[in-house]
Design a binder for this molecule. Sequence first.
Ligand code: HEC
Length: 95
Amino acid sequence: MNRIVFALLMGGTVLSASQGMKIYGAKCAECHGGDGKDVSVAGKPLAGAKGTLAKLSGYKNGTFGGEQKATMQASLADLSDADLKAVADYVDTLK
Ligand code: HEC
């Protein structure tokens, strides 16, 4: 029984990781670069940064962001909480 639950949990994690990669490619790479290292738009790389989910949630609820935060708020507007988590987990893997 426990094994089945474990397998389901692992399956969910893998699903979320590939989902995050998909969202990143479709909605983030144009500004942040496919590898998260592009600094031309945001001024700093995403790769190597920590706490992405807190930043993304902060953009969404207005508690985080700099001068260009409206750009990020627009980029996140149609993502669900699950999408935010998936894409944040993916960004945290970028080095
Ligand atoms: C249209 C261009 C654009 C798109 C698309 C975009 N971003 Fe951004 N992103 C920016 C800009 C500009 C900033 C700097 C905003 C500010 O002043 O706070 C930023 C900032 C960020 C930051 C904060 C970096 C830090 O440490 O301060 C994170 C994290 C981030 N973006 C992740 C994402 C993710 C994930 C996506 C896809 C869901 C995404 N961005 C899509 C332009 C974009």
